[in-house]
Write a protein that binds this ligand. Sequence first.
Ligand SMILES: Nc1ncnc2c1ncn2[C@@H]1O[C@H](COP(=O)(O)OP(=O)(O)OP(=O)(O)O)[C@@H](O)[C@H]1O
Ligand SMILES: [Mg+2]
Length: 295
Amino acid sequence: MNQASTLQTMMDRADSKKRAQRSPKIGTPPRVICVSSGKGGVGKTNIVTNLAYCLAKQGQKVLILDADLNLANVDVLLGLTPRYNLHHVLLGEKSLTEILVNGPGGFKLLPASSGIMELASLTESQKLYFMTEMETVDDKVDIMLVDTGAGINDNVVYFNLAAQERIIVLTPEPTSLTDAYALIKVLSGRHDVKRFRILVNNADSEKEALAVFRKLSIVADRFLNTISLDLVGFIPFDRKLPKAVRSQKLVSELFPNADSSRMFKTLSTQMIAEKPEQHSDGNIKFFWQGLLDLS
Ligand SMILES: Nc1ncnc2c1ncn2[C@@H]1O[C@H](COP(=O)(O)OP(=O)(O)OP(=O)(O)O)[C@@H](O)[C@H]1O
Ligand SMILES: [Mg+2]
């Protein structure tokens, strides 16, 4: 297909979808929660997928955006093999709903590691088409969880700015604490992000998790006094978790009574009970709009 006819197909699809969506949206717009960390390997992907599983089991419509651009691994973790990804949507070859993959418990996965970088170079009409595609999922999602890569690169910053809520994951290791602090410092200092939620993974106990949170709060209060940090909770170090990973299953599914599984369930119940701030425009649309504007 040449470029002009690809664009025409995109615009035709966008038009017909717009017509189908004229009726006003009822209900609460989805929440978009970005999960990131300063240091790599602290458990983000396991946290995102297990929370998605538990939220879905409790009746929430959940979408995971795999936005780790270096090593997308949500699919590997789950033993899934997505055939298409966001790149195919941007080419106009697939619709967004066609690339979604079903995960355990009923959540959906949007494989996006290939394609996100292209957002920066879209023309105005391609952006319009893309936003219309995104609107098609808005109605079908209660919570979108964004799994980002490690470190403080432009993409991680973009996702954190575009999302409505941010969870920063850290472990009791000192390097993880200093790297989490560095990420918070960049987001608050250069981009004026004020609110961060903290999740401590691999903790031996609640006491240890609280001590880690307190250490982070003390440095944040001293050097970044305009931000607010909330402790979402903690996930205990649990040998059952890597055991489940080795069989490409979620610990929550394979060992529902394991310590970490119980905590994932508790945290997901807690998340459902929260009443976060909403964007009247629809949060997923707002999220992508944010990325397109930033890029
Ligand atoms: N609570 C836990 N108890 C025991 N092991 C854990 C726990 N959380 C994560 N792990 C182990 O830590 C490793 C890294 O986890 P994961 O891939 O989720 O981290 P990540 O932050 O997504 O990494 P990356 O930054 O590379 O994307 C995995 O091998 C996993 O089995
Ligand atoms: Mg990961």
